[in-house]
Design a protein around this ligand. Structure first.
Ligand code: NAD
Ligand code: MG
Length: 415
């Protein structure tokens, strides 16, 4: 058996790990028992010892501007298509892969074409930010099986996206570790039997800090996550806890769960990836080493499990797993996240876009760490929420929030 994979954002942290997982899966050519066509002695069909081999084939890879890495990946994985969304790099990519039998696309719209390619089994979305929305929506409209790491499109257009998936016969498999954990734990009961979802959070590098301590945080400190090694935007989001707020919204849409039944618990060891509580009081959790290879692999091999790259847990070595309530005063992003889901409409769009713009300014050294969430809150306070929104209105709100943040930052720099 062959599974054909498209990776949107193959040069990022998740994209590169996905290719490592695929290498490992292909090198062991994972075997599984299949149902035999021949009948058993009593005339019924039974499982046989026959094995089926799954090969993971890369159909398309995309990047925004990392031409060299994309070219290297193209040489190694021989996809039929590569796309570079920043069209300025088209010539450079063309000359780098000119000798390969690969179609080269460029510009933001190339992602839509890639997302809707025929004869694709899984579209894995690993682009960062709202930039991934058009492609993921296109894949949903084409009824594709989506493996979603890129959470921002779900945050801003959860309703549109989940509706497109339902109406076109597609599916969503979560790649985010918490959501993969919930997805796995959910299998212990029926949807109606779930009483709540508990998302765990490492707490990031400033778990014990006060608002005062955070005033002088440097870029370097904010970029040093104690547990996870990720791309820069999500690393900053983890330090502000905006990431957890985005994940609450992501869980709300992925699992059709009212926000009142979603909780966040700080768990610094990052071993329990999330938990589901059922109506009888049973709590089912998924545990594992903090390693994205595991949830990526599960999304690729689902519904099967196979041996993979992730180190197995030795709980006796870890010894202690601790949990604490999040500090909602220091980490304002968290209550804001809950609030924007309750408000709905354009509120989550503005929350996300203002954050993306503010994180960009912080990464460029233009604002302080604490200003990120201040700018987000400020933007939300100014925004006139529209409750029922089309894609166009949603994109307008997104552009408005980004402009607001940029204007405010540039004014304060000039002042
Ligand atoms: P990253 O910055 O390392 O990689 C981003 C990828 O997206 C790159 O391939 C880049 O070329 C591409 N890209 C960037 N801007 C783009 C644009 N404007 N248009 C098209 N493509 C663009 O990011 P990451 O850490 O791999 O995160 C990717 C997504 O996965 C994010 O939404 C993040 O929240 C989510 N996620 C990441 C992790 C992790 O461990 N890194 C874990 C859970 C969820
Ligand atoms: Mg996560």
């Amino acid at each position: 058996m062959v599974k054909r994979i498209v990776i949107l954002g193959s040069t990022g942290s998740i994209g590169k790990k996905t290719l490592r997982v695929i290498d490992a899966l292909n090198s062991s050519l994972v075997a599984r028992p299949v149902r035999s066509k021949s009948s058993t002695s009593n005339g019924t069909r039974g499982p046989s010892l026959e094995k089926e081999k799954t090969k993971y084939e890369i159909v398309a890879l995309t990047a925004h501007s990392s031409v060299e890495l994309l070219a290297e990946q193209a040489r190694r994985y021989k996809p039929k298509f590569v796309a570079i969304t920043n069209a300025d790099y088209f010539e450079q990519l063309s000359s780098a892969v000119g000798d390969l039998d690969v179609e080269i696309l460029s510009g933001p719209d190339s992602l839509i074409e890639i997302a809707q390619l025929d004869q694709v089994d899984i579209v894995l979305t690993a682009i960062v930010g709202a930039a991934g929305l058009p492609a993921v929506l296109a894949a949903a409209q084409a009824g594709r099986q989506l493996a979603i790491a890129n959470k921002e499109p779900l945050v801003i257009a959860g309703e549109l996206l989940t509706k497109a998936v339902r109406e076109n016969g597609g599916t969503i498999l979560p790649v985010d570790s918490e959501h993969s954990a919930i997805f796995q734990a959910m299998q212990a009961g029926s949807r109606e039997e779930v009483s709540k979802i508990i998302l765990t959070a490492s707490g990031g590098p400033f778990r014990k800090a006060t608002v005062e301590d955070m005033r002088n945080v440097t870029l370097e400190e904010a970029l040093s996550h104690p547990v996870w090694d990720m791309g820069p935007k999500i690393t900053i989001d983890s330090a502000t806890m905006v990431n957890k707020a985005l994940e609450v919204i992501e869980a709300h849409w992925l699992f059709d769960m009212p926000v009142e039944r979603i909780e966040v618990l700080i768990h610094p060891e990052s071993i329990v990836h999330s938990l589901v509580e059922f109506v009888d009081g049973s709590v089912i959790a998924q545990l594992g080493e903090p390693d994205m290879c595991l949830p990526i692999q599960y999304a690729l091999t689902y519904p099967r499990r196979v041996a993979g790259l992730s180190k197995h847990l030795r709980l006796e070595e870890i010894g202690k797993l601790t949990f604490e309530r999040p500090n909602l005063k220091t980490f304002r992003a968290l209550p804001l996240g809950f609030e924007v889901v309750r408000t709905g409409g354009t509120a989550p769009v503005v929350f996300n876009a203002a954050n993306e713009a503010a994180v960009q300014e912080f990464l460029a050294g233009k604002i302080k760490f604490v200003s990120i969430v201040e700018l987000v809150e400020d933007c939300l306070n100014k925004h006139n929420v529209k409750t029922s929104v089309s894609l166009e209105e949603l994109l307008e709100a997104d552009a408005w929030a980004r402009r607001e943040v940029r204007t405010k930052v540039h004014k304060s720099i000039r002042a």
